[in-house]
Design a binder for this molecule. Sequence first.
Ligand SMILES: Cc1cc2nc3c(=O)[nH]c(=O)nc-3n(C[C@H](O)[C@H](O)[C@H](O)COP(=O)(O)O)c2cc1C
Length: 159
Amino acid sequence: MTDLTITVNGMKFENPFLLGSGPPGTNAKVIARSYDLGWGGMVAKTFSLDASKVINTAPRYAKVRARTSDEVIGFQNIELISDRPYQDWLDDCRQLKKNYPTKMLIASVMEEYKKEAWQQIIREVQETGVDGFELNLSCPHGLPERKMGMAMGENPDIV
Ligand SMILES: Cc1cc2nc3c(=O)[nH]c(=O)nc-3n(C[C@H](O)[C@H](O)[C@H](O)COP(=O)(O)O)c2cc1C
């Protein structure tokens, strides 16, 4: 079989196909399903220390209308980060690395403007065995009132 392996920053991928953070990375069950289907790696859905502050709405897509008419020209995704408890995520990451040691697992994390919170989440998630991190400093509908996501990414001083 053709060898598609690739090593990026020390992370060895069976193939260079990695699914971005979002609905396919909602929990260990769906991430495992993607691994079984052949994906080389997964970026899990973004999570934070306190899921109780995350209130998702339904539906999660907003219409984007044309400037000059009422015509709908697209949809904007307004899904927030994961509303699953942090401890569940730690268990999921541990279980996935145990069951799929050769598949790459990137944890996507987001926190408030508090150094200790970022240090805690990185330390604890790293201990589960994940291969890398995505620091979510760009989510446009992250929680701006808590200076999270894009609100942080737009401000080099807090980054
Ligand atoms: C419903 C939905 C939820 C998403 N949730 C996250 C998220 O939690 N964290 C994140 O970093 N990106 C999130 N994204 C962004 C995706 O990871 C990706 O960057 C984006 O969809 C662009 O890639 P695409 O053009 O392949 O869709 C989300 C996207 C969608 C559509």
